[in-house]
Design a protein. Structure first.
Length: 116
């Protein structure tokens, strides 16, 4: 199995930056892709970005394209989400997700609050 732990959340002002980390442990060799999702109160969980563990171009939701950047460190089994020029509508609980050859794994989620 794979376990995921997110870190780096918190409060930031509009226009600021924040970097989220998601550390994977366990059978990390079965990870196929890693992704970030987010969920705001009263809304469904939505896709933010994903990246293939072996390489290739990342994918982004239109709402974050040009502002957020997903990257990975395979040696540390960690994926990052660099959030720049944040907006109040980016306020949400951010979840890390791993698609593995053994199934889907979610992290516990971490709060990001953007104040105006």
């Amino acid at each position: 199995q794979v376990q995921l732990v997110e870190s780096g959340g918190g409060s930031v002002q509009t226009g600021g930056s924040l970097r989220l980390s998601c550390a994977a442990s366990g059978r990390t060799f079965i990870i196929d892709t890693m992704a970030w999702f987010r969920q705001s109160p009263g809304k469904e969980r939505e896709f933010v970005a994903n990246i293939n563990w072996a390489g290739g171009s990342p994918n982004y939701a239109d709402s974050v394209k040009g502002r957020f950047s997903i990257s990975r460190d395979n040696a540390e089994a960690t994926v990052f989400l660099q959030m720049n020029t944040v907006k109040p509508e980016d306020t949400a609980v951010y979840y890390c997700k791993a698609n593995t050859f053994g199934g889907v794994v979610w992290g516990q989620g971490i709060q990001v609050t953007v104040s105006s």
